[in-house]
Design a protein. Structure first.
Length: 369
């Protein structure tokens, strides 16, 4: 390999950070918005059954292993493009992942599986200060998902960004609990999970950033070893705290608690019965019920996607346009809301927060908890 094959970073990340985000609400400068092209419906399996709503089983029976139906892809794609254009108009730099064909079967020494999608950058990438973390994931269908973001990550790396990839679990049979069942998710007061602690696993979306403090939950895709790995690898000045809520089938924290501004937290009224001590001083807004009906099209998630909001800054929130009770509640709490159409993205299992990940927000590292 000649020297010219690798561009050595010359830009100091201290003087002009290409990757910099410490919380969910500082002014947004650069964001990755997902894509749905190439999305494949994963075959129904044990780890998926742990969190997918039971009413969606028919969808996986019908389409599991095939590409998502084209009309679902086209309608969601239009909304993703519209969100991207809107963000650009608001002065935010928008990046998109590569389009990969997730309908290809991949084989590792332990298993074979088709892929899923590159729709949810929030699940795969987590920016903590000047470092972008690539999550190991816990579903076989997501093993290679981060490669859709490889060109972006290489670009950030070349420009001086720090990039860390967590060790991936083998996702062999031994990593999943064969006795786990969603209807026995709590046994003797203890939450049960479909993954065990034999290897490191997490999705980035089980972490939420409050400046120097990052809260994380164990879930059906994030184990204690994964949280501990993050704890040992976050840049200096950050600490990771484990929190637990009352969602019996947790997967991703961003429909449970959503910090909107310093001291202001949106919480899920069904899943947050007791506030962790660390959040005791924060003012809370209990999310109003989501607008229905659309639950027949929620194949991967609960109907709390209404809470899955992206902050442009600590005053301005991007919210799905049909979630009017939420828009009214947030406006009443002093926020400016930018409504965008995003309902056709819901079948992929997320809303605006899931479909994006902030790579750069201005502001400095501070303690808020
Ligand atoms: O509420 O089912 C969806 C969030 C996905 N990032 C839920 C979690």
């Amino acid at each position: 390999m000649s020297d010219s094959d690798v561009e050595t970073p010359t830009v100091s990340h201290l003087s002009a950070p290409v990757v910099w985000s410490c919380n969910e609400w500082d002014p947004l400068e650069e964001v990755i918005v997902g894509v749905v092209d190439g999305a494949t419906v994963p075959p129904w399996n044990h780890s998926l059954a742990a969190t997918a709503p039971a009413h969606a089983a028919w969808f996986f029976e019908k389409y599991g292993g095939s590409a998502f139906p084209q009309d679902i892809i086209s309608n969601a794609s239009r909304e993703l493009d519209a969100l991207s254009n809107r963000l650009v108009k608001l002065g935010v730099k928008v990046r998109r992942p590569d389009i990969l064909d997730f309908n290809k079967e991949v084989t590792t020494p332990w298993w074979s599986s088709k892929g899923l999608y590159a729709a949810m950058p929030r699940d795969v990438l987590l920016v903590v200060g000047d470092t972008i973390f690539e999550a190991p994931m816990a579903w076989r269908s997501r093993y290679f998902e981060s490669y859709a973001f490889r060109n972006l990550l290489m670009d950030y790396f070349r420009k001086g960004g720090r990039w860390l990839t967590a060790p991936k679990p083998t996702m062999a049979e031994t990593f999943y609990d064969p006795n786990y069942s969603p209807d026995r998710a709590i046994i003797e007061g203890q939450k049960q999970f479909v993954i065990n602690e034999s290897e490191i696993a997490f999705d980035a979306a089980d972490f939420v950033r409050f400046g120097t403090d990052i809260l994380a939950q164990k879930s059906n895709v994030t184990n204690a070893a994964g949280i501990e790995w993050m704890r040992r690898h976050v840049p200096s000045g950050f600490s990771v705290h484990e929190v637990e809520f009352d969602d019996e089938h947790p997967m991703h924290i961003d429909t449970t608690i959503v910090p909107l501004a310093p001291g202001k937290l949106l919480v899920n009224p069904n899943w947050v019965n007791t506030m962790p001590d660390i959040l005791a001083s924060w003012e809370i807004l209990r999310a109003p019920p989501p607008v229905k009906p659309y639950d027949s099209a929620l194949y991967f998630s609960s109907d709390w996607l209404t809470m899955n909001i992206l902050s442009l800054d600590e005053k301005t929130l991007i919210v799905e346009e049909q979630e009017t009770p939420m828009i009214e509640a947030l406006t009443g709490w002093g926020f400016d809301v930018i409504p965008v159409p995003f309902r056709n993205f819901y079948p992929f299992g997320g809303s605006i927060h899931c479909a994006t990940t902030d790579v750069r927000r201005s502001g400095s590292l501070k303690s808020y908890l």
